[in-house]
Ligand binder design. Structure first.
Ligand SMILES: NC(=O)c1ccc[n+]([C@@H]2O[C@H](COP(=O)([O-])OP(=O)(O)OC[C@H]3O[C@@H](n4cnc5c(N)ncnc54)[C@H](O)[C@@H]3O)[C@@H](O)[C@H]2O)c1
Length: 380
């Protein structure tokens, strides 16, 4: 029996994000008390065995192997797209046409054209839409946003953002889908650089133009199906961009999976006329702040442990000092989508944010190819 406030969720994909999103849908009602209550109705994978195993392990009522059937089911209200980028557009557009709300993993699509088609489809259908840039929902990042919005660091001049990992440093690491342009769209740039771009847009504003370099250090890798043979890497291994924001701030954005010692180091430092904030995902319960207004003898960066009940999202979790983790950011995303649906508004970040992000990714690629500054379409 479905209650008035129940909404059926279909999750497409049973991999890394399939697990993370399942956890979020399972936790959100118990901790964050959204007005709409998600039912874990069906999880979908191309393989019957994987779909059945995921349904059992993650607590879904049903398992399916064809997303086309799933997105039309009358017991589904939300379609959660957690597959590689090459299927985001087809699944999201079909779901929107069937009248379902759509939450789609990042980057929104593999090309600007696809992302724009997705935005047009959800807007035409009048359904809720969200792109899963979950770092927006880290409490310390929300606190940084509040500090900036309240004017505490003044006029922003610098954004310095980087996402550094090291899992591709080993040349023997196989040629997985993330290294294939057809499936992933781009490499480090779209996979992790898109998160930094989203944080830059959220915290500073639209990016007007970019000047970038991209590099592929290891051009062939062992095939997963036969490690004695090699295939071609068709994406970037690393990307570095200088950026100019519409509001006059300048910045840098870097993404690499070749930084030995860095596991999931998503960092930013933002400098304003009155102070600074800095953050590192590897220490996600902390925000460093610096204020010029502090007495000269006591001036210095200080670290806020973002676990007080008054901090964003923390009242839903544990007493002060009891830290939360990366997985909670997905629960917060689910909560934001459910609340937006209850209010009949578009949540953030929306497919519009996904399109603008994709346009920055595209500008970075074109700048790297042409060795020129490239303006971001629609940013001015
Ligand atoms: N928000 C984040 O922090 C974050 C982190 C990792 C990945 N991602 C994004 O999530 C998406 C998925 O990445 P992942 O790491 O979970 O990949 P993964 O390889 O672990 O899992 C992908 C899943 O999609 C399934 N799949 C592929 N095509 C399908 C289809 N046509 N129908 C049904 N299932 C299909 C695969 O079987 C697999 O279960 C990507 O867009 C990726 O960029 C986001």
């Amino acid at each position: 029996m479905r209650g008035m406030s129940d909404v059926g969720v279909a999750l497409i994909g049973t991999g890394f994000m399939g697990r993370a999103h399942s956890n979020a849908w399972r936790q959100v009602s118990a901790f964050c008390a959204p007005r709409l209550r998600p039912r874990l109705t069906v999880i979908c994978s191309r393989s019957r065995d994987r779909a059945d195993a995921a349904a059992r392990a993650f607590g879904w009522d049903d398992a399916a192997t064809n997303w086309r059937d799933v997105v039309c089911r009358p017991d589904i209200d939300i379609v959660d797209v957690s597959t590689p980028g090459d299927s985001h557009a087809d699944i999201s557009i079909a779901a929107a046409r069937a009248g379902k709300a759509v939450i789609c993993e990042k980057p929104l699509a593999n090309t600007v054209r696809e992302a724009e088609r997705m935005l047009a489809a959800v807007e035409r259908a009048g359904v809720a839409h969200m792109v899963c840039h979950n770092f927006r929902r880290v409490p310390a990042v929300c606190l940084a946003e509040r500090v900036i919005r309240e004017g505490r660091i003044g006029t922003i001049r610098h954004f310095r953002g980087a996402f550094l990992e090291d899992w591709l440093n080993d040349p023997a690491f196989p040629l997985v889908w993330r290294l294939d342009r057809k499936q992933a769209g781009s490499g480090s740039l779209g996979d992790i650089g898109s998160h930094v771009i989203d944080l830059a847009r959220m915290l500073v504003g639209e990016i007007a133009e970019v000047s970038a370099i991209m590099e592929t250090f290891i051009r062939t890798r062992p095939l997963p199906s036969d490690p004695t043979r090699k295939g071609r890497v068709t994406v970037d291994d690393a990307a570095v961009a200088a950026v100019r924001f519409v509001n006059g701030a300048i910045g840098s954005i870097e993404a690499t999976r070749f930084a030995p010692g860095r596991k999931s180091s998503c960092t930013f430092e933002i400098n304003g006329s009155l102070g600074s904030v800095r953050f590192d995902l590897e220490r996600l319960n902390e925000l460093d702040v610096y204020f010029e207004s502090d007495p000269p003898t006591l001036r210095g960066y200080r670290t806020i442990l973002v676990t007080e009940q008054a901090h964003p999202y923390l009242a839903a979790w544990w007493p002060p000092g009891h830290i939360i983790g990366w997985e909670h950011t997905f629960t917060h995303m689910a909560h934001a989508l459910l609340e937006a649906m209850a209010d009949g508004v578009v949540p953030s970040p929306s497919f519009h944010d996904g399109v603008m992000n994709q346009r920055v990714l595209d500008a970075v690629e074109r700048s790297s190819q042409t060795r020129r500054w490239v303006r971001v379409k629609g940013a001015a």
